[in-house]
Design a protein around this ligand. Structure first.
Ligand SMILES: [Zn+2]
Length: 191
């Protein structure tokens, strides 16, 4: 079919320029046979399906990151309880210290469990998991800055803590946001 030098593809109704030897969208020739039309339409269908899947690498990055956090946080929580035992044996009787340490250890451990759930949800490409992952990254970043300033104010310089928190948790947030964006974008049918 020819309209002022242009031609309309029989397979996908794409308008092509006169000098295009095949349709730029589905690769069917202008005088496509019924077979060629069917083949080109199948090709388009397959391409649409591929596009609707989030690439595995995009999902894998936040999943790995949050699995790592889950382990680190759970272990951190448990080791804090170990530390408590040492305090108790060492005769530390400051109740505020105990309270803070218990709270912080529990908080860490629970956050670790949540992060493990989030990682699993991300693997299943669940929307909530990415949102929760972003929230966890923000909370984790603020939490680590606070924790260091409470527990070890003189250990490392505050700037170094803030900087490393931004790097560690910012990276996680970026990974979660990237996953979320790709997930949302790929939910819209490609046309
Ligand atoms: Zn076409």
């Amino acid at each position: 079919m020819t309209v002022s030098g242009e031609w309309i593809c029989k397979a996908c109704w794409q308008k092509n320029r006169a000098r295009d030897e095949v349709c730029w969208r589905c690769k069917a020739p202008p005088d496509a046979s019924a077979d060629e039309v069917a083949q080109a339409q199948q090709g388009l269908e397959a391409r649409r399906e591929r596009a609707s899947k989030v690439p595995d690498a995009v999902v894998a990055v936040p999943v790995v990151v949050f699995r790592g956090y889950a382990k680190a946080w759970q272990r951190g929580g448990l080791s804090l309880f170990g530390l408590l035992l040492l305090f108790a044996l060492g005769g530390v009787t400051d109740l505020l210290w105990f309270g803070l340490t218990i709270g912080f250890g529990l908080g860490l451990f629970i956050t670790g469990l949540v992060a493990a759930e989030v990682a699993e949800g991300m693997r299943e490409r669940e929307l909530w998991a990415y949102l929760a992952g972003i929230a966890l990254s923000v909370a984790g970043g603020l939490g680590s800055v606070l924790a260091f300033s409470i527990f070890a104010p003189d250990l490392i310089s505050p700037t170094a803590i803030r900087f490393s928190s931004v790097v560690v948790f910012g990276g996680a947030a970026v990974a979660a946001v990237a996953g979320l964006v790709l997930l949302l974008r790929n939910r819209v049918p490609v046309g």
